[in-house]
Unconditional design. Sequence first.
Length: 302
Amino acid sequence: MLTFLVNAACGGLIVKALSESAQSKAAAWIMAGQLGGGALGAALILWLAARLPISMVGVCLAAVVALLGLLPFTIPEPSPEPSAWFQGRFAQIGKEIWAVIRSPARRWSTLLLLAPGGTGAAQSLLPAIASHYGVGTTGVIWTNGIAGGVMLGLGSLCGVLIPGDWDRRLTYAGAGLTNALAAFVLLAANRPSVYLSGTVLYMITEGFCWARFTALTLEIVGVETRDASTLYSVLNAAGTIPLLYMIRLDGFGFSKFGTHGLLWMDAAGNLLVFSVVVGVFVACGMGLRRVSVPVVQRASTG
């Protein structure tokens, strides 16, 4: 619950404090911390739990979180404006969600968040198919755990390389395409080396997908949104919907056709979304670079 509130605050702060071009890079850094740092933090907890009593593990974790939590207080900034608390808050949230639905550009971008591309749904299922490639428990722990966390973070940082004026809808779909290519690597052969290289590539591209997902979410929120943190949270939560149904579809593919069925199902969602987005861009004559104007103005031309 507290992590969710921190994430919401980060999203609202990025929207309000940074320019549109800077938001894209900030999205990459925040996902590098969440995905890579989260995985490495979990590995650290497990390492401590094997050596210390569980109560001491809790104390160590609390100390680290508390020390890092004090860092924001070192940043000089003006005092926040008085808040109206809950007075009219829910009505305002409803208006902001309705504004997203009414805007063609924002509505299309939101549909992309709900589409089956860029979810990285197979990540949680890859350890279950490791034995199919002859990979044992130790290989899974290192590849999907420790190394996986590093790869997720590096993949997220790949988002820093994307220019801020490139259309985020197209780059999000393109990130999904790279994730599909990683699934194809895993389809190449049933050998440990293929599993290790394919999983590493899958983790990198998954981090890239989530960085572009966050960048697209920030664009949908827009600086004109009054309660940016709340709308960011709503859209971020909506992004878990395709993750859940893709995990189910991947599992269905595995139950019917085994490992290849899982990977083909996972890749199919990415390929479908990329094909649709590219088709729309070609049909509408849109370019890779977008005009740097507010989202509300872009909606009239989107």
